[in-house]
Ligand binder design. Sequence first.
Ligand code: PTJ
Length: 246
Amino acid sequence: MTGPEIPDSHPRYESLLTRHRIEAGVDRGLTSRQGLIAQGRGEAFDYLLGEETIPSADNAERAAAAHLLRADHAVLSVNGNVAALVPDEIVTLATATGADIEVNLFNRTDERIERIIAHLEEHGAEDVKGATADGRIPGLDHERAKVDADGIGAADVVLVPLEDGDRAEALAAMGTTEVVVDLNPMSRSAQSAAVPIIDNLIRAVPNMTEHARELAGADEATLSSIVDGFDREATLAAAEERIRDL
Ligand code: PTJ
């Protein structure tokens, strides 16, 4: 993907680069047009958060890394926005944590699933799941419920960035531990997550990898104490407070 001609001294460099990536994702048939709207909603919250990883989000990213490392079977769920924004970073996180990658779409078409799988493979991913769709998330309508039975269907921990609320709630109801990345602390997906990460995906994913690398040698007891010590309510409250106080 070629970059736009934006000088990196531009005060909104990161935000403009992100927009360009989403636009290019739509042009390449990876990202849905609704993904553009989702991006706009996210940008508004990011602006209010100060466009930085606040300390409570960094702490949530550490807890997420501990969950992914401790899991029996962790899966990173990828949609059209994730594929456009952080393809390299998702592959790196999967490698650092031993997680699988599965494409799981809100606006699902077989063509877009195949394109996103090929795109992730170009970025170094192997054995990307999502095309089989032989499992179902109970309590959801047909298209959104489709998962691989040996992927998200069998996972104990799932990272679901930019999720829609219904599916996030249905996954949580299945007993799957859900790590959600969403810039809106009031969204239903953030509210239903075991670990809500209120941060921009483009900062959150590399930071989770950094934490995972730091924790790679940690024993089970250390990982469990990080997981057990995580306070989801305090994390949501800290983000909301930052937004209201700005
Ligand atoms: O690729 P598909 O078909 O699976 O569709 C994906 C989208 C994102 C279009 C779909 O899930 C959707 O419509 O999502 P929503 O309901 O618009 O929710 C998107 C949420 O993600 C909102 O709460 C945004 O604030 C948040 N968001 C947007 N961009 C980012 C973000 N959160 C973190 N990082 C971002 N870059």
